[in-house]
Design a protein around this ligand. Structure first.
Ligand code: GL2
Length: 829
């Protein structure tokens, strides 16, 4: 009875405070309440971790208030929403980010200090959520922060892996992988929604049946699994808006398999059902190669199917006519990983909603947009037809039908150019027949974009040239960005305070273009002093970390020179190591006087190699072998040190980046789609030594050539250089350092042989030899600039001042306006 319920609702409201309060006493009461009743420890005896838990619960309560308000507001306004589908989100830690976005960090810090706790110490108790591999995954996390901050009605969808990206442990210089069971200590930031579940079907057969005289397809599945929602509220900064990141976990289904319980062995039946959970158990640790594994395909379909059911449920709550679907729904494909969503939406419209092919297809063409993060054709996902047909028989039929219609249309447009038809087909013929997920995504999306200008150019002229010639209007570029909330405000509080002081406002935290105002003070002596002080504080923090981790003491006067990112041949960590060996060799051969002119360096390398990537693992070992030699050479002292930082992840990055003087981005031109690490370094006043690749090119345009140490062949020169092959001359210096490795200067010569073979002669695909001299020159230029403190500080300020374009706020705004066609929907305070 509504009258009765309404009375109760009013009574409930009367009992509750309108909102939780943020004064010190209320916060302290709240924290202690959670210590006793949530964490279940005595309020007189709890340790830092328990204090963190209680603190996090108090923060979470405040987060939930805003989240509820936002969801109610969105429901009332019913705006067009963007659904961001991504198999990876690299969130790192959440606490500090959340209190800053909620605007209650200082209040909590005060309240805690009155209880005798330090906010920073407690924040470090939190473990990282590593549900992604690298740049692509961290980009998704940055974009969620921007979507919330800019008030866009967005929902993120992904998988709640039980095991995140492996932990990297170094034993004798070799990488070992250990499982990251991140849920061991509980995760306070997601909310289990036991009532939000959907069945997900696999395997089985498709039959033809008649419904109201019409033939239709019925998929009888062979396996059913349940998807359970876990909601992660994502708060915006300077707004009440808090959006949802919904991650799905797999659970055994209740609906299926009653029979086996009645007939078979009860224990076996339970154990079998439990296998369902393996679908969301583990993140694949390869960030590029695709191996055609069934479990991976299951993961993709699992999260797509649950998300699509959720999206349809939400739409059908308030709408009856599917023609309105494109006015309410934009579906963003973050790479090809979620592109089965195309076939799934088509299947639901055809087989469950019984729309005609024509109407369903019309909807598909209006709702999907596709971002590719890959440069190389080998990086594009292909699914063996047999695998797909067995796991998802109906989807394979639909993909074949889409392809048939497409090829028929294409023939009308381009004639019988069989080579081109073969290239553009979704189906790749050959010994193993494959479905090309990128072709499917390009054909079915209204917009396709790369992640930097150069990348999009490569898409138009190489990777998707055939498609570009057909549909030039579909192709866009959206240069990546990162969120300044995480990468300045959270990770570099002293720089944050300094910027706000000199700009006279904190508004740049929402409106990054204001950073440009720092240019006016680029030569101001007072700012220089304070700027250097901030860098020093961050270097001290990093030096302490290095000492704790490796026992190595490093000099704060040295240039902290950093290269941290996934280990890949194309990213050329090897070039860096060869450069370090060259530097070492030069110093060894110098007399006392010359040594006085050497700029001392602490070279820092960090990053994970995919577990099956042999060459990348050898690079890690080489780095350790070279470090061992150099760091123990008393003759070298503080002039040169080399450190490998193990287990590089988001929270390690938050400490390393602010402490770097120089950062290296060495990809062979034309191989890095964008690169986002460089943006974080730039924002933190760190100078870049880089090739003209990915988004670096645009960074140079923003801050000027004089403020970057650029080197190496340009993208358009790379092909010609490779063609030169055996006739290509490499400098003597290069041959010399490779010879040092081959001759066993660093030990393990047999083990390193294949590494050396990879970069000499015709096999130097990534052109280390060709770029070596230019690399050394750029390094020399960096040394020269570093000794001129005033010049260096000016470059550093100008870099940060010019980093505004690389905020994910700008990127998201562009997507909203040019791709998704959505409007902000701001929740009233
Ligand atoms: C990547 C690209 O390699 C990288 O250049 C880009 O910045 C990011 C985000 O767009 O995407 N693609 C990819 O598979 N990973 C990346 O980092 N892992």
């Amino acid at each position: 009875d509504f009258g009765e319920r309404k009375g109760q609702a009013e009574r409930m409201l009367g009992l509750m405070d309108v909102f939780l309060k943020n004064d010190p006493i209320s916060l302290q009461k709240d924290i202690l309440h959670h210590v006793e009743y949530t964490v279940a420890r005595s309020r007189f005896s709890f340790d830092d971790f328990e204090a963190y838990q209680a603190l996090a619960h108090s923060v979470r309560d405040r987060l939930i208030e805003r989240w509820h308000d936002t969801l109610i507001h969105f429901k009332k306004e019913d705006p067009k929403r963007v659904y961001f589908l991504s198999l990876e989100f690299l969130m790192g830690r959440s606490l500090s980010n959340i209190v800053i976005n909620l605007g209650i960090r200082d209040q909590f810090a005060d309240a805690l200090s009155q209880l005798g706790f330090d906010f920073e110490v407690l924040a470090e108790q939190e473990g990282d959520a590593c549900l992604g591999n690298g740049g692509l995954a961290r980009l998704s996390a940055c974009q969620m922060d921007s979507l919330a901050t800019l008030d866009y009605p967005a929902v993120g969808y992904g998988l709640r892996y039980q095991y995140g990206l492996f932990r990297q442990v170094i034993v004798d210089g070799f990488q070992h992988e250990q499982p990251d069971y991140w849920l061991n200590f509980g995760n306070l930031w997601d909310i289990e929604r036991i009532h939000i579940t959907y069945p997900v079907k696999f395997y089985g057969t498709v039959t033809d049946e008649f419904l109201n005289g019409e033939k239709c397809k019925v998929w009888v599945p062979g396996e059913m699994v349940e998807a359970v929602a876990y909601d992660n509220p994502i708060p915006g900064y300077g707004t009440r808006n808090t959006i949802n990141l919904r991650l799905w976990a797999a659970k055994p289904s209740d609906q299926h398999d009653m029979e086996s319980f009645n007939t078979g062995d009860y224990v076996d039946a339970v154990v079998n059902r439990q296998r369902a959970e393996s679908i969301s158990s583990i993140l694949y640790p390869d960030d590029r190669s695709y191996q055609g594994k069934e479990l991976r395909l299951k993961q993709q379909y699992f999260f797509v199917s649950a998300s699509v059911q959720d999206i349809f449920r939400r739409f059908k709550d308030t709408h009856k006519k599917f023609d309105e679907f494109p006015e309410k729904v934009a579906l963003q494909l973050n790479d090809t990983h979620p592109s089965l969503a195309i076939a799934e939406v088509m299947r639901v419209l055809l087989d469950e909603e019984h729309l005609s092919w024509h109407r369903a297809w019309d909807i598909i063409c209006k709702i999907f947009s596709f971002t590719t993060h890959t440069v190389s054709p080998e990086g594009l996902e292909k699914i063996p037809v047999d695998l797909l047909g067995n796991l998802l028989p109906r989807h394979l039929q639909i993909i074949y039908d889409i392809n048939f219609n497409f090829v028929e249309e294409l023939k009308k447009m381009i004639g019988l150019d069989y080579d081109r038809l073969t290239r553009m087909s979704i189906v790749e013929e050959g010994a193993v027949k494959n479905i090309r997920m990128a072709n499917l995504s390009v054909i079915c999306s209204h917009t396709v974009n790369g992640v930097s200008r150069l990348h999009s150019e490569l898409l138009r002229t190489k990777l998707f040239k055939d498609f570009y010639d057909l549909w030039p209007h579909k192709f866009q570029y959206k240069t990546n960005g990162v969120t300044q909330r995480r990468w300045i405000v959270v990770s570099n509080p002293s720089l944050c305070a300094l910027i706000s002081k000199w700009l006279g406002t904190e508004a740049w935290i929402r409106d990054i273009d204001l950073l440009i105002g720092l240019r006016d003070y680029a030569t101001n002596a007072e700012l220089h002093q304070e700027w250097k002080m901030v860098k020093k504080v961050n270097k001290i923090r990093l030096a302490e970390y290095i000492e704790v981790m490796s026992g190595l003491k490093v000099s704060l006067d040295a240039m902290f020179d950093v290269q941290t990112k996934r280990i890949h041949e194309y990213k050329r960590q090897l070039l860096n190591i060869l450069g370090i060996i060259h530097r070492y060799d030069c110093i060894k051969n110098m007399d006392k006087n010359d040594r006085k002119k050497v700029v001392p360096r602490v070279c820092i390398i960090g990053g994970k190699a995919a577990p099956g990537y042999e060459i990348a693992k050898k690079v890690i070992k080489l780095c350790h072998a070279v470090a061992e030699k150099i760091n123990n050479d008393n003759d070298i002292g503080d002039l040169l040190k080399l450190v490998f930082i193990p287990d590089y992840n988001v929270s390690v990055a938050e400490m390393v980046i602010p402490g770097a003087d120089l950062s290296q981005h060495l990809s062979t031109a034309g191989h890095e789609a964008s690169g986002t690490g460089s943006m974080k370094f730039l924002m933190n006043g760190c100078l870049l030594l880089a090739t003209a690749d990915g988004s670096t090119i645009e960074m140079v345009e923003e801050i000027g050539q004089d403020n970057v140490f650029l080197f190496g062949a340009k993208a358009h020169e790379v092909v010609a250089l490779r063609k030169k092959g055996p006739t290509l001359k490499v400098p003597l210096q290069f041959s010399r350092v490779v010879r040092m490795i081959r001759d066993g200067h660093f030990g393990f010569e047999d083990y390193f042989k294949s590494l050396c073979d990879k970069i000499e002669g015709t096999s130097d695909y990534f052109l280390l030899g060709a770029d070596f001299m230019s690399y050394l020159e750029a390094q020399a230029a960096a040394d020269k600039a570093f000794v001129d403190e005033e010049r260096w500080t000016k470059m550093s300020i100008l870099g940060a001042a010019g980093s505004g374009r690389f905020s994910s706020d700008r990127t998201i705004q562009e997507y909203a306006e040019n791709t998704w066609d959505i409007q902000p929907c701001r929740c009233p305070f």
